[in-house]
Ligand binder design. Structure first.
Ligand code: ZN
Length: 79
């Protein structure tokens, strides 16, 4: 599985300004679960929202906590 590399100290602010080539990962601060965040599943009216507002709606599929954070980055090429 390719390794995800987060862009440090950067977030687009709003979801709809995140470039399409950026991979978004949803991370749970409670249990450490990480999975890719599919922005196409976000309802249209939510796409105009701040990242921080969208994070409030994230619910972890593994532990049920609402402690999600969105990480922005890309997969590294495998050697
Ligand atoms: Zn969790």
């Amino acid at each position: 599985m390719p390794k995800f590399r987060e862009i440090k100290d950067w977030a687009p602010g709003y979801l709809n300004v995140a470039p399409q080539h950026i991979t978004i990962m949803a991370a749970c601060l409670a249990c450490g679960e990480k999975r890719e965040f599919d922005r196409t599943l976000v309802p249209t009216e939510m796409r105009q929202r701040l990242i921080s507002e969208i994070e409030q709606h994230l619910k972890c599929a593994a532990c049920g906590a609402k402690a999600g954070k969105l990480r922005f980055g890309s997969y590294m090429e495998e050697d």
